[in-house]
Design a protein around this ligand. Structure first.
Ligand SMILES: Nc1ncnc2c1ncn2[C@@H]1O[C@H](COP(=O)(O)OP(=O)(O)OP(=O)(O)O)[C@@H](O)[C@H]1O
Ligand SMILES: [Mg+2]
Length: 452
């Protein structure tokens, strides 16, 4: 049975909707205030929330901003007649539709049907995607970010086009996961996906790792060995951290990328393979080309299609979705206020760091809510110099806080030691982050507090 939560302080309207929706076959709960709505939404799942944007106890818009990205429900906003600007804002904050008072039941029913359809489609899409991907990988591509949606679209297009693809992005943004996804979407999905970790192969072994060697090619080559490119035949060759390939190897790789043929070390025969090359890097290859560290002809061969994966701080709207995704496995929950803290943090380690933070907290939590064990870490300061002047009391306080953070990484523990509330700890950590941010930007408002 599909469920609806009504958040409306007009008793008559609320009761009327409740009655009609029940007889239309919905499970309905109804509350009069934002506070009760928050409570119910935290404890239950609703398919649709009908939200009056002007609640007497506060702002419905505020509630929408807070919860639209955080819970799985679809929000339909009820506005006063002629309240267009609020409606626009509501849509921006994540509502799927708005209806203006007074409205007929048909209008309401239509709007709910549309919302339910959208929700079902999203869910199907999601299961389909996860199903397509490796079952044990716990991957999600659910997103509210236009930037990331574009990335997914480009990956799908690249998968079809069978061209060489370069994935660029900071550490932990999901380059390898997207490379695997691309492979799974492509016509090569049944063939191998072979990873070459360019950062871990020593220069003198590169050639034989990539292209293999014949027996006796050099001392120690007791048997013929197939190279990674040969193993990838028919499939995808993933050159991870391609920026780390030494120049000497780049020339050999270039020849292979151009001709798709190679010789094993110590071999005479030219071998052809059919592989698609997907490369990944967190370095600026163009800059490296300028410095003479990366061959421009190689760059232009591998980046037929280039996809830039945004860091998590540029797709903050996805942080609540990811947090909930990582929590699902542990059957844990998180409070909205903590979720907001997490959404503000810049996540230099991106999805990997977020996942580690959530998993760690989940493992430490015995109860249902992981909040006590979460502490969005302060940003690393940019300056080496501790203060550059005699420290003020505030400096010392923040420095001590940074120390406690490094030592315990738990807001509840830090609060206990300092004899203050968790809220205060969060506030101070925010201050610390802000100050570090300011001093990175060269503002004179305070020196960075070094964390080491
Ligand atoms: N779409 C996703 N769904 C779930 N988890 C993800 C997703 N993308 C990334 N992660 C998490 O982040 C981790 C890092 O992803 P991945 O190895 O693809 O990043 P990367 O960009 O290759 O990073 P690096 O540059 O450090 O190698 C994964 O192991 C996984 O835990
Ligand atoms: Mg990687």
């Amino acid at each position: 049975m599909e469920s609806v939560l009504i958040v409306e302080d007009d008793r008559n309207l609320s009761e009327l909707m409740e009655k009609r929706l029940r007889s239309a076959g919905f499970r309905v709960d109804s509350v009069r205030s934002g506070r009760s709505a928050r409570k119910l939404l935290r404890e239950n799942c609703y398919d649709v929330v009908l939200l009056d944007i002007r609640l007497s106890d506060g702002d419905g818009l505020e509630l929408l901003r807070e919860l639209a990205g955080a819970v799985d429900s679809k929000f339909i906003v009820i506005t006063g007649y002629g309240d267009v600007s609020t409606a626009v804002e509501a849509m921006r904050a994540g509502a799927v539709d708005f209806i203006q008072k007074p409205f007929s039941f048909d209008i309401l029913q239509m709007s709910i049907d549309r919302a339910l359809k959208e929700k079902r489609l999203e869910e199907e899409n999601l299961t389909l995607r996860s199903f397509l991907f490796e079952r044990d990988h716990e991957i999600t591509f659910e997103t509210r970010s236009t930037l990331f949606r574009k990335v997914l679209e480009m990956v799908a297009r690249a998968a079809e086009a069978d061209v060489n693809v370069l994935l660029r992005g900071e550490t932990g943004t999901g380059k390898e996961i997207l490379a695997r996804y691309l492979h799974k979407l492509s016509a090569r999905q049944e063939k191998p996906f072979v990873v070459v970790d360019c950062s871990s192969i020593p220069e003198h072994l590169f050639e034989s790792e990539l292209f293999g060697h014949e027996k006796g090619a050099y001392t120690g080559a007791l048997q013929r060995k197939l190279g990674l490119v040969e193993l990838a035949d028919g499939g995808t060759l993933f050159l991870d951290e391609i920026g780390e390939i030494p120049l000497s190897v780049q020339a050999k790789l270039l020849r292979f990328v151009e001709t798709k043929s190679f010789r094993r070390v110590g071999g005479l025969r030219e071998i052809r393979v059919d592989v698609r090359i997907v490369s990944a890097t967190n370095r600026n290859l163009r800059e490296m080309v300028r410095k003479g560290e990366f061959r421009s002809d190689l760059l232009y061969r591998i980046n037929t299609m280039e996809i830039e994966i945004p860091p998590l701080r540029k797709r903050r709207e996805d942080i609540p979705l990811l947090v909930k995704h990582f929590l699902r496995k542990f059957r844990k929950k998180i409070r909205e206020s903590t979720l907001r803290e997490l959404s503000e943090y810049p996540w230099p380690g991106n999805i990997r760091e977020l996942r580690n933070t959530i998993e760690r907290a989940s493992l430490l939590t015995e109860g249902e809510y992981i909040d006590e064990h979460i502490c969005a870490p302060p940003e690393e300061p940019g300056e080496e110099d501790l203060f550059g002047r005699l420290p003020t009391l505030k400096d010392l306080e923040l420095m001590y806080l940074a120390y406690l953070y490094r030592r315990f990484r738990r807001a509840d523990r830090i609060a206990e030691i300092l004899g203050c509330s968790r809220r205060t700890v969060f506030r101070r950590l925010r201050e610390l982050r802000k100050r570090n941010g300011d001093s990175e930007n060269g503002s004179a408002s305070g020196s960075a507090v070094h964390l080491d």
